[in-house]
Design a protein around this ligand. Structure first.
Ligand code: MN
Length: 293
């Protein structure tokens, strides 16, 4: 099932080029009150939501998918776990290019471990990417996003995929510079997730997915998830040996070679076979007053 969040937080099911409005399925979610649970409520109750969707679908209002304003399929991820240099040829290019590594030694993922991105960086494809530091190189990184569905710690590699709710296309946008990854990759809008969550039952083998990314139609990245240094199961084992993974946590699995800069006005297109395709507009962030919201 392909589940999207769109327009004013509506819930949709996508079939071919048609979007079915199943927002009423959200009524099965428990009313939460302070303190909030450490989960994304939709992902934590996905089985019940899917049952409700099956009941609603025969009479659900249909509309063309084109024109829907697609938001992140995970509205409230508890954490964004990300894998640095998890494709061998990206490690090579990072070591070769000074404006990627900034004269820091680029180590292998086993030595660096994983890093976290701020959840406030998450947007959907419709919202686009807003570049905050135009004096820097800001790069695209195409990554398979894995959404955790079942809580666990010390999850074994063999059990790992049973903890996965589904997958999405992910962009791990990056401002290059000397600071820690976590800071440079947590700019507002620097985690793009979409176009929807494709549930795990639809992906026969997440370790064999072709994917590509273009900027203004020009090919930049093209690879297969089998090229990961640490595969999805190993990443989940590694992550959960440090912290509990909760439903709605998102794992960005790393990017292959071909990362490169984007500028305001550019359009990023990115697709993972069997998952989906996103089209994302890049703009300059508007200057904000000191305090907003
Ligand atoms: Mn990355």
């Amino acid at each position: 099932m392909k589940l999207c969040r769109y327009d004013d937080d509506r819930l949709g099911v996508v079939r071919e080029q048609t979007l079915y409005d199943v927002t009423a399925a959200l009524d099965v979610l428990p009313q939460v009150r302070y303190p909030l649970p450490r989960v994304d409520p939709l992902i934590a109750h996905l089985a019940q939501v899917r049952e409700a969707i099956e009941r609603l679908l025969p009479t659900a209002k249909a509309r063309p998918l084109a024109g829907a304003r697609l938001l992140s399929p995970v509205a409230n991820p508890g954490k964004i776990v990300a894998a640095p240099v998890n494709y061998a040829r990206h490690l090579d290019e990072a070591r070769a290019q000074a404006d990627i590594h900034h004269h820091q030694q680029v180590k292998e993922i086993r030595q660096i471990g994983l890093f976290l991105k701020a959840t406030s960086s998450v947007v959907g494809p419709h919202e686009g990417v807003a570049l905050q530091h135009l004096d820097r190189r800001n790069d695209h990184e195409a990554e398979l996003a894995v959404v955790i569905g079942k809580a666990g710690r010390n999850i074994t590699r063999a059990q790992a995929l049973s903890h996965v709710a589904g997958y999405a296309v992910g962009l791990d946008m990056t401002a290059r510079g000397p600071e820690e990854r976590s800071l440079r990759k947590s700019v507002d809008s620097f985690t793009v997730l979409g176009p929807w969550l494709v549930t795990a039952d639809e992906i026969a083998d997440p370790s064999n997915i072709d994917f590509w990314l273009t900027v203004n139609g020009e090919p930049r990245q093209s690879a297969n998830t089998r090229d990961m240094v640490l595969d999805i199961g190993t990443l989940i084992e590694f992550a959960s040996s440090f912290y509990t993974l909760h439903p709605g946590d998102v794992l960005l699995t790393g990017t292959p070679e071909g990362v490169g800069p984007v500028l305001p006005g550019d359009r990023i297109d990115c697709a993972f076979d069997g998952v989906g395709q996103i089209s994302v507009q890049v703009r300059a962030a508007q200057p904000q007053p000191e305090c907003v919201a």
